[in-house]
Design a protein around this ligand. Structure first.
Ligand code: GDP
Ligand code: MG
Length: 396
């Protein structure tokens, strides 16, 4: 463990020197009150997802340069443990925390297992990342998150969910789905890509933007037309003779609903075209987060807190019964269920149960013995006093 994973560090101070993040290292007033609901706007987290080779890393690099040119330097996080070189100044880089090669060796894993395990190790410390972002939140308008090459590592792993939910519980979050337009000219491939995008939307429920990348190779207008005009897409499909096209035909009906409210923008991570339009969509998506995602999240949060509270009460009740008449006052921990519990409990309810159980174990073995002794001793003293008083009265 020690060689595979280290503490998370914030590389902002040394790595972004060439971009001059003014005042990044100065303590700000928000540092002392990061948990309070502040009125100042929070940075928008842009979670960049997409198939391997779609251009996520190049896109994050381009976005970083674009935002610097707009005098709004982003806070950048790299979550790909297996990447050789990160072509942008990352404030937080998973590779500083987890040694991917060492993880493969120590756990006897192949490349994909290594990436998943590295991400799992990193997710266990994501509360530290959240603290770093909260500290710097007044300096940045955007947080950019680059994800591992293989999309399913992030979208279908427990750690991906933990990370996404942790971010979305504190900051407005938007998913940017990067798509390789040049590799989507076949209607069946295009639809597979769109089905994947659709599944991510339903999984994360976060505001969503499709960035049709590599428009320097091919214009994305053909794809937009396919999405807007069902007939045109059907015509394209008719040219396909494989048996898959029958399935595709039925599926495209399903996707029609998905397309209606979808934000689509053509970009080129290489030339930087389309980024102005992208940020118009980002502003709109961030608004959607506030009006739709946040209220829903807060409702879930309340329900979860209530359920947790009830579970604690039940456990305390059980504990009281176990301990009979012994006073519990000193043995009840008052800070169960702090804010960070939420993220991990939501990600893995089983773990939650274990955690609470192990807490109550501690109570049993340490404090309880003392409180039993103290209670028994004071009862003994009181009884002795009563006996002596009765005796004194008798002898008088
Ligand atoms: P990732 O696996 O999604 O992070 O993809 P990368 O950012 O590593 O890019 C994969 C390949 O696509 C690289 O060779 C990039 O140079 C190339 N690429 C990325 N974006 C663009 C683009 O907008 N236009 C062109 N022509 N190539 C691109
Ligand atoms: Mg990449």
């Amino acid at each position: 463990m020690a060689t595979a994973a280290a503490d998370i560090s914030d590389g902002a101070s040394n790595e972004s020197d060439n971009y001059k993040e003014d005042g990044d290292n100065n303590p700000t007033p928000s540092q002392s009150s990061s948990n309070e609901q502040s009125t100042e706007p929070k940075p928008v987290c842009l979670i960049v997802l997409g198939m391997a080779g779609s251009g996520k890393t190049t896109f994050v690099q381009r976005l970083t340069a674009y935002l610097h040119s707009k005098k709004s330097p982003p806070y950048v996080i790299n979550l790909d443990p297996a990447v050789h070189e990160v072509p942008f100044p990352a404030n937080i880089d998973i590779r500083d925390t987890v040694n991917y090669k060492e993880v493969m060796k120590q756990y006897g894993l192949g490349p994909n297992g290594g990436i998943v395990t590295s991400l799992n190790l990193f997710a266990t410390r994501f509360d530290q990342v959240m603290k770093f972002i909260e500290k710097k939140q007044s300096n940045h308008q955007y947080v950019l998150i680059d994800t591992p090459g293989q999309i399913e590592v992030f979208t279908w792993s427990a750690s991906g969910t933990i990370i996404t939910e942790a971010l979305a519980s504190s900051f407005p979050c938007v998913v940017i789905y990067v798509m390789d337009t040049s590799r989507s000219v076949n209607p069946v491939t295009f639809m597979s890509n769109m089905l994947y995008a659709c599944s991510i939307l339903y999984k994360t429920k976060l505001p969503f933007i499709v960035a049709m990348n590599k428009t320097d190779i091919i214009d994305h207008s053909f794809a937009v037309e396919w999405m807007q005009d069902f007939e045109v897409f059907q015509d394209a499909l008719n040219q396909e003779t494989s048996y898959v096209s029958n399935l595709t035909r039925s599926m495209s009906l399903v996707l029609d609903e998905f397309y209606t409210n979808l934000r689509v923008v053509g970009v080129s991570a290489v030339t930087g075209s389309g980024l102005d339009e992208l940020f118009v969509h980002v502003a709109d998506a961030a608004k959607e987060y506030e009006t739709e995602y946040r209220p829903e999240y807060e409702r879930l949060h309340r329900e979860l807190a209530e359920a947790q509270n009830q579970k604690q009460q039940e456990q305390l009740e059980r504990l009281r019964k176990d301990m009979g008449a012994v006073s519990m006052e000193t043995a009840v921990p008052t800070d169960l269920g702090g804010p960070s519990d939420l993220i991990f409990n939501r990600g893995n309810p089983d773990e939650d149960e274990e955690d609470v159980d192990s807490d109550t174990d501690d109570i049993d073995h340490t404090v309880t013995e003392e409180s039993k002794e103290a209670g028994a001793f004071s009862t003994f003293l009181k009884e002795r006093k009563d006996i002596v008083q009765v005796r004194n009265r008798k002898s008088n």
